[in-house]
Design a protein around this ligand. Structure first.
Ligand code: SF4
Length: 337
């Protein structure tokens, strides 16, 4: 089958779970993705060098991984048709395209988005635009939501993990400005960022950047750092689960306007010791399980992106059952509230 646009790439990467959900690959899943996850295809590596990323130019990992997920390559026409069929059956509710930093990333994205958008599927794009024009290009192509990943909580850690010190082109202030530009193009509520917990930040620093995002109308999505073989951070450990639970709670409470950084208390290690919320409210929120589900764009559940299905589950891809909530209560050190 021929492509309908000369700019349209012939191939695209699809997360393993998405490929099974789309019925273009045989296999079993522990949880169905509610968003279809795609990644732009290049025959090399990303031109950036983020220390945690298997796609980074200096990573020794193969190019078929992002986080701990494998992303096989498929013809784009096959994927587009399968997306349309699966969306019609209401099995997926959104498409998310992750873009590597390559010279033709945005022309590739523009053509791919236009092709998928023919089927009226909501589209998120997670990318690193070079400028305002790149952001506008995506908006004009039909992208519904854009995510520009800060990934880290502070400027100092940014320099070390994905900025000047890594040989990546990214600069903290520039990325902050791009997020603000994105807000003027996509509007408040349609811009997200990804934050990876466990890159050397304190809980207070992570809470600060969450609050900063919310103040500006940017939705923060939490990820847990996952060490991947072949990356610069392959020997670093994932975040402490108790600390991650506290940050999930802080994020949920701040995003929903139930508390704010001024009301949250931290100890001498900058760990959260009080959320500034009464115990009954906090209990109800914990019992709902919602803070511990995957956060991000509507219907994004990223199954097992950060964790093995055997656990510990940092981000739950579906509603939690009573046993899971009880387990979480044990993980959260509630004694100090
Ligand atoms: S939150 Fe989910 S759907 Fe949105 S950009 Fe991130 S991975 Fe994609």
């Amino acid at each position: 089958m021929s492509n309908s646009s000369p700019l349209l790439p012939s191939q695209i990467r699809v997360s393993l779970g998405t490929a099974i959900c789309l019925n273009i690959l045989d296999g079993k899943m522990d949880a169905d993705p509610t968003t279809a996850y795609l990644m732009t295809y290049t025959d090399g590596k990303c031109s950036a060098n983020c220390s945690f990323c298997p796609q980074a130019k200096n990573s020794k990992n193969s190019t078929n991984m992002l986080s701990r997920i494998i992303w096989p390559i498929f013809p784009l026409y096959l994927v587009t048709q399968a997306l349309a069929d699966t969306f019609k059956k209401d099995k997926i509710k959104r498409v998310c395209i992750q873009a590597l930093n390559t010279p033709n990333a945005f022309t590739q994205l523009e053509a791919t988005v236009k092709e998928i958008k023919k089927h009226n599927i909501p589209i998120s794009v997670s990318c690193q635009p070079l400028n305002r024009q790149d952001i506008q290009l995506l908006k004009n192509a039909g992208v519904d939501r854009i995510s520009i990943a800060l990934d880290v909580a502070t400027e100092t850690i940014f320099r070390k993990i994905k900025g000047e010190k890594t040989g990546s082109p990214y600069r903290w202030n520039y990325e902050i400005n791009l997020l603000k530009e994105a807000l003027t193009i996509f509007g408040v509520g349609n811009v997200s960022t990804h934050l990876i917990v466990g890159l050397g930040e304190t809980e207070k620093e992570a809470t600060n950047i969450i609050q900063w995002c919310v103040n500006f109308g940017i939705l923060p999505a939490l990820f847990a750092f996952t060490p991947i073989r072949g990356t610069a951070l392959e020997k670093q450990t994932p975040p402490n689960i108790t600390s991650y639970r506290r940050l999930q709670l802080a994020r949920h409470l701040i995003v929903h306007g139930i508390t704010c950084i001024e009301n949250i208390q931290f100890n001498e290690h900058d760990n959260i010791i009080s959320f500034g919320v009464n115990t009954d409210t906090l209990d109800d929120i914990i019992n709902s399980g919602k803070p511990f589900q995957t956060s991000g764009c509507p219907n994004c559940n990223r199954p097992f992106y950060n964790e093995k299905p055997s656990g510990p589950l940092y981000n739950y891809p579906k509603s939690l059952n009573i046993e899971e909530i009880e387990e979480i209560k044990k993980q959260i050190e509630l004694s100090f509230f």
